[in-house]
Design a protein around this ligand. Sequence first.
Ligand code: ZN
Length: 110
Amino acid sequence: MKRIVLEEVMYECGVCKTRFPSKTSAQRCEKLPIEKKEFKIGNSVTNVSAFGLASEPRKPLYFTGKVIGFILRPDHIVETPRHRVLYTISFPRWGVRDMYAHHIRLVNRQ
Ligand SMILES: [Zn+2]
């Protein structure tokens, strides 16, 4: 048996921590603008569609949860490449989900 140690050099974007095999890709990522945050940690939000549910229910299910964090994700494919904000939301009845802003909306407190 031979023990083989592979060494790999990766370059990490200083903004979103995504790792790339090339320095230029990481530099390109660092230059991407950051999407404006629409929600803050602690905000109560609800899903706007049944997005993410395994089986399509007859009636869409809407759950209320709380924003507990966010991470930045690079999006190089869209017309305007940018770092997008992926919100981590804790839904008491649905578990923890990562969702983009267009999948959630703020819940008005009475
Ligand atoms: Zn990045």
